[in-house]
Ligand binder design. Structure first.
Ligand code: SF4
Ligand code: SF4
Length: 351
């Protein structure tokens, strides 16, 4: 499908909001968070130049929800169509990761599947990556590559819209009166913007170069003291896992109502001290450094082994949110240095 052009965002968003609930980024302090779009509010819509602070997972994997009722089961909650505007490439790749967990294997999460089916994704290009963004390390781009229905690229004169799915194509066809054709000069401007942002990302992360895969570096760093050293700064707030768009652990608990019981499902965190505790009280991750190590092993080794992709999209949210100032890029760099020095020692011994 040809790209189309629209000079203002509002008519596009109004058209979406006519059909379904729409969530858009809103500035809160120096960050963006999501709020419900109100077409009647006569305010200009903000185009978020960077990913939002809160993540897309909150729309599809609820913080806390009813999973089941017994002894008389009820059907799953009715999920209505909804749209989210302003998602970035890292967000789309985090959805791909969550899809693997909740939709692809034997045990499908009914509510997750329903939310995904009812979600209309309007992604947009990044212009202003933060110092914490390192998506380029995981083949991310400052523009959507796949997994969107519509994508919006801002240019000087307005916005270029592209469809990435049949749902997106249908939308553009149905609302063709809103758009004009995006001519080549607009597309060239968009491509130039994208190349500039990509260059900026690469410059920001120029020092983040590894001689081996992150998986190899992690596997070889099992005995490293790095995790315990970093743990000295950790205050165990769990924010790194809550804010992460790919962390998906949850626990189930029961509540008793007047004449029935409910099973609730709620986000969990592997940074929590009781997370790995088993019946009888044994806990393989009692030590905080071991929990930090486990979190990164899950991201870069276990998930990769099971699903074939890393469980990190380099969005940098965990870095920005960490009360202890812990930066997983620093941990990886330190492990990489240790990996290299082990190699040097080995070759010296071999001589
Ligand atoms: S681990 Fe950090 S950088 Fe990676 S996806 Fe999660 S929040 Fe983003
Ligand atoms: S956000 Fe930082 S301080 Fe909080 S649990 Fe994670 S590593 Fe520890």
């Amino acid at each position: 499908m040809e790209a189309v052009f629209i000079s203002k965002l509002k008519p596009l968003l109004d058209a979406v909001a006519e059909q379904m609930a729409l969530y858009v980024p809103k500035k809160s302090g120096e960050y963006y968070v999501y709020s419900k779009y109100d077409p009647s509010a006569n305010k200009s819509v903000e185009f978020n130049n960077i990913r939002t602070c809160t993540t897309v997972k909150e729309f599809i994997f609820a913080v806390c929800e009813l999973a089941a009722v017994y002894p008389e089961p009820t059907g799953p909650e009715d999920i209505k169509p909804f749209a989210v505007f302003g998602l970035k490439d890292c967000d789309l790749r985090s959805i791909e990761i969550l899809d693997k967990v909740f939709t692809e294997e034997e045990f499908q999460d009914v509510l997750y599947v329903k939310r995904r089916e009812n979600m209309f994704i309007i992604s947009s290009d990044c212009f202003d990556p933060s110092e914490s963004c390192f998506c380029n390390i995981f083949d991310g781009r400052p523009y959507a590559q796949s997994g969107f229905d519509l994508n919006v690229s801002q240019v000087r004169a307005g916005f270029i819209i592209e469809a990435g799915s049949d749902k997106g194509k249908d939308f553009i066809e149905k609302h063709s009166q809103l758009f004009t054709e995006a001519d080549q000069s607009l597309l060239d401007e968009r491509d130039k913007n994208r190349a500039q942002t990509q260059k900026q990302l690469e410059q920001n992360n120029a020092e983040l170069k590894f001689d081996a895969t992150i998986k190899e570096i992690m596997e070889n760093g099992q005995d490293s003291a790095v995790f315990d050293v970093e743990a000295e700064e950790c205050v165990e707030c769990q924010a790194c896992t809550r804010i992460c768009p790919t962390c998906h652990c949850f626990y189930l608990y029961d509540t008793r109502q007047k004449d029935y019981f409910t099973k609730m499902k709620m986000w969990d965190s592997c940074m929590r001290v009781g997370y790995a505790e088993v019946a009888g009280g044994a806990n393989p991750h009692k030590i905080l450094g071991d929990r930090i190590k486990h979190r990164l092993m899950h991201k870069f080794v276990y998930f990769l082994d099971r699903y074939g992709i890393d469980m990190c999209v380099g969005c940098g949210r965990c870095i920005e949110t960490c009360a202890g100032g812990i930066d997983q890029r620093t941990i990886l760099k330190k492990l990489s240095e240790e990996f290299k020095s082990k190699g040097k020692t080995k070759s010296k011994v071999a001589k």
